[in-house]
Ligand binder design. Structure first.
Ligand SMILES: [Zn+2]
Length: 169
């Protein structure tokens, strides 16, 4: 499948409206279209909202976290397992990652290692949503902060603010 150059495509791609094979077709189009690449850079620069990746396999908690994040005026990028989170990180270039540690597929510690060993993803500051021994593992792997469950929306906001205030990593 190929995709025709048209108005609004870049915006739809950036907003996550383009999905699946359409999204892949547009990514191939991007490689050959300097106009769309330039437009994408402009659209990214204009959007001051933070993109926050949430990796959480508990569907109810994921819904709540995404509502809180959007209530703060940010964009929530939701993943139900480690590999989906990795894919979203590559596609959507998040500003912050909130990672549950006991994830199916690859767990949060392994996800952290993979993000930290990928050149264009290693600068994303990560918050591990766990405490105890797994929290220590997550920090060793590269998470900059820990948020022990259960936490309040205020604690979540403080953790995001704190991690960004530190200048990332
Ligand atoms: Zn184009």
């Amino acid at each position: 499948m190929s995709i025709e150059h048209r108005e609004g495509l870049v915006e739809d791609y950036f907003a996550g409206v383009l999905q699946g094979s359409e999204r892949e077709a547009f990514e191939r189009h991007l490689e050959g279209c300097a106009i769309c690449r330039q437009r994408l850079a402009e659209v990214k620069a204009l959007d001051s909202r933070l993109r926050i990746l949430i990796a959480e396999d508990n569907a109810d908690l994921l819904d709540i976290l995404s509502l809180i994040i959007e209530g703060m005026g940010h964009v929530a990028l939701c993943a139900r397992d480690g590999l989906e989170a990795l894919r979203l990180a590559e596609e959507r270039d998040p500003d912050v990652g909130l990672l549950d540690i006991d994830l199916p597929g690859i767990d949060g510690v392994e996800l952290t290692r993979r993000l930290k060993s990928t050149p264009h993803l290693r600068e994303i500051p990560l918050v591990a949503m766990t405490g105890g021994i797994r929290g220590e593992e997550a920090v060793k792997a590269g998470c900059s902060a820990l948020l022990e469950k259960p936490f309040t929306s205020r604690q979540l906001e403080a953790a995001i603010g704190g991690i960004l205030g530190k200048g990332g990593v």
